[in-house]
Structures are given as C-alpha cells and as structure tokens.
Design a protein around this ligand. Structure first.
Ligand code: SAH
Length: 373
C-alpha cells in the first residue's frame, strides 16, 4: 500500500488554510491566490498577480499533487485519459469527455478499490490508498486546462475507487468544486457500489448532487456474486436508502447496469429491475460490459442490448444505453487500473505495454499516446 503524501499539495488547502499560510501579508493576496487556483485554474508559478518570489516559495512548499505519466487520446480528441503519479507512490487515472452540449470529467476518489467487483479492472487490481482533497480537486483543474474553451460543465465520481469509502475527502472536494470551481450541484454525480452509510451521509449533506448506484443485479443471489459488498448491504436496504435520498433531495437516483452476456441480460432480469426502479422513477444507465483483463465473460451483443433497453422502456423504466467512450485506450467504465499499468510499465520499461504472465509483451496503447512528465 502506498503512503499518503507527507506534504500537503496546493489544492489540499482550504481558503482558511491559505489565509493562515499567508498571514502577515495583505488580505488581497489570499483573493489573488484563490482566484488563480480556482477561477483561472493555472499553476501557482503562472499566477501573475502574485510577486515572483511568493510564487516560487508557494510552488516549493505546496507542490502540485499530480505528475503526468501518460496522456492517451481517443474519439478524435473527444476522449482524453491521463495516468497520474501521485506523491507518495500511488497512481490514478482521470478521463475528460467532450460531448456536443457538455464536457465531463470522470475523476478517481481512491487509488485502486477495495470493493472487488470481479468484472471491474480497478476492483481486480485491489486497493492502494484513499486520495486527499487536493488529489481529487486537482484532477478537475488539470482537465480544465486541457479542455480550454470547451468548458468543463459536469463532474462524475466514476473513476477509480469507491467515493463513499472516502466520504470526507470526497465531500470536501464536492464543496470546493461547487463553491469555488463553479459546478452546479445537479452537474455533480457521485457513483457508489452501494455503501449505505455513505448514501445516508449524502442525504444529510447540504447540496443536492446526483446519486448513481451501480446495481448490476436485481436479486441478492446474483448481486452477491457480482458485487461482493451486497452481502453486507443487500438490495432491500440499498433501495430503502435510495428512496430516502429521493425523498430528502428530490433528485432522481440513477442506476448503472453493466450488461453481461447470459448473466444479467435475460428478460427476467429486466422484469426484476423494473420492479425495483419503477417506484423510484429512477433512470437506468445500461453499459454494455467493457472488456477487462481479469474477467472473461463477454458483454451483451448490441442487438440484445437494444432488446433489453426496449423491454425496460415497455415496462415504464426510463432507460438509456450509455455510449462507450475510449475503450481503445482503456478509458471506458470499469477499465481504469492505473496501479497495474504503472507496475507493468516498470517491468516492461514503457508505459502502456503489458507483460503477460508468460512474459509476452503486448502493446495495448494506440499511436496517439504520448508520455510527458
Ligand atoms: N465504485 C463506484 C465508482 C465507480 S463508477 C461505483 O461502483 O459506482 C464505474 C462504473 O463502471 C460502475 O458502475 C461500475 O460498476 C461500472 N463498471 C465496472 N466495470 C465495468 C465494465 N467492465 N464494463 C462496464 N462497466 C463497468
């Protein structure tokens, strides 16, 4: 397990922390620094309103959290994935996706994940460590720098990790991204495997963010197999917590359903799913399973995906099929697994190559991948 960084990074500090740090200086310096960090989103060295000496001192004492190891580009530039090295040794991934009407950043909340869902690459690689507030927030800032004129409007906690298992840091990040970065609560989505205590905390928290629940199965027998934490928080209790969230926040919960051939794509699955989600007027996001190294079962074929979606619609469920983004650069749902990529890169001497257990090296990256520190 990697250690947490011993030194705070620049986005770890709250505005109050910054004020304390700059104590003795004129008060407007706090505003200038905060504006540079959040409104302009530039590196400390580039905050031209601050004296040069202060900039270099800040850069040394409060460094950035993320060092770019790899940038991968797909969908003709509409999907960009970064592999970042963190201070203290861990690695994570972030994905930026441009659509016609919006740009979304998919961020990680932990390095690795302890939830062990077998079909998810992050789960297959295991847990490394929680991320700090600075490491979470900086992912969005760095993505915005690249997005430029294509304004970042939506943030989803759907990268590596289980946000509800790192609730405090995630919540502080949400407040920062809402209040200081300027993303509205309805454009912020937290996705969870179904950790009830976290859903309940979120229901009590002041901002009405979107809650997404990775359901994938509508009965406990199947969900116990697919999502091991279901044994602790079974479907009945999970759905109760979702009803509570809907009642308290007035925001419809959405459910994610990775469609797996012959596993959870039968008519009976659609009927069970409809029964659970209909009373909540929930939205169901169908995601044809993306390939991962440790799970051999295939995704549902496209024709059956359509049938399954149509069946749900005929049962009164608001269901959509999520368009897959960045599968060629392993940037799609469930494909993020930075730790193993970084470890494999160390073995093969080059990022983006994987060494199979028999030593075969396969290049899994397209030629548009470039490496930059
Ligand atoms: N731990 C949180 C955040 C991860 S979000 C959660 O479980 O919600 C990533 C989403 O992709 C989750 O819905 C996850 O279940 C889904 N997913 C995981 N592996 C996948 C795969 N191979 N194909 C499609 N979706 C997958």
């Amino acid at each position: 397990m990697a250690a947490l960084p011993t030194q705070p990074t620049i986005y770890d500090l709250s505005r109050g922390d910054i004020a304390a740090y700059l104590e003795g200086m004129p008060g407007y310096r706090v505003d200038q620094l905060w504006q540079g960090l959040y409104t302009d989103g530039v590196a400390v060295e580039d905050i031209s309103t601050l004296p040069v000496k202060l900039r270099s001192e800040l850069a040394e004492k409060l460094p950035p959290a993320l060092a770019m190891e790899l940038e991968s580009i797909s969908d003709r530039g509409d999907t960009v994935k970064w592999l970042w090295n963190l201070r203290g040794g861990a690695a994570i991934e972030t994905v930026l996706m441009h659509y016609k009407d919006r740009s979304t950043v998919c961020i990680s909340s932990q390095a690795g994940c302890a939830m062990a869902c077998g079909f998810c690459a992050t789960g297959q690689a295991g847990f490394d460590r929680h991320l700090t507030v600075g490491e979470i927030v900086e992912q969005v800032i760095r993505a915005r720098r690249v997005a430029g004129d294509k304004r970042v409007s939506n943030i989803v906690f759907m990268g590596m990790g289980e946000p509800m298992a790192n609730f405090d840091a995630v919540w502080e990040s949400v407040e920062r991204l809402h209040g200081d970065f300027g993303i509205s609560a309805r454009h912020l989505t937290i996705s969870t495997v179904g950790l009830l205590p976290g859903i309940r905390l979120l229901a009590e928290a002041p901002l009405p963010v979107n809650l997404a629940v990775s359901l994938h199965a509508a009965n406990d027998d199947l969900r116990n197999e697919m999502v091991p934490i279901n044994k602790r928080y079974p479907i009945g209790d999970l759905l109760d917590a979702c009803h509570e969230y809907f009642d308290k926040k007035g925001r419809r919960v959405s459910f994610e359903w990775a469609l797996i051939d012959g596993v959870n794509d039968r008519d009976s699955d659609a009927h069970e799913l409809a029964k659970l989600t209909h009373p909540l007027r929930a939205h169901v996001n169908l995601i044809p399973l993306n390939p991962t190294p440790g799970y051999l079962t295939q995704g549902t074929p496209p024709a059956r995906v359509r049938e399954f979606a149509d069946l749900l619609t005929s049962l009164g469920v608001n269901a959509t099929v999520r368009k897959n983004r960045g599968t060629d650069i392993d940037a799609a749902c469930g494909q993020l697994r930075a730790n193993s990529i970084a470890a494999e890169a160390a073995v093969t001497g080059s990022s983006g190559n994987t060494a199979d257990s028999d030593g075969t090296v396969t290049n899994i990256k397209p030629p548009t991948t470039r490496s930059q520190r």
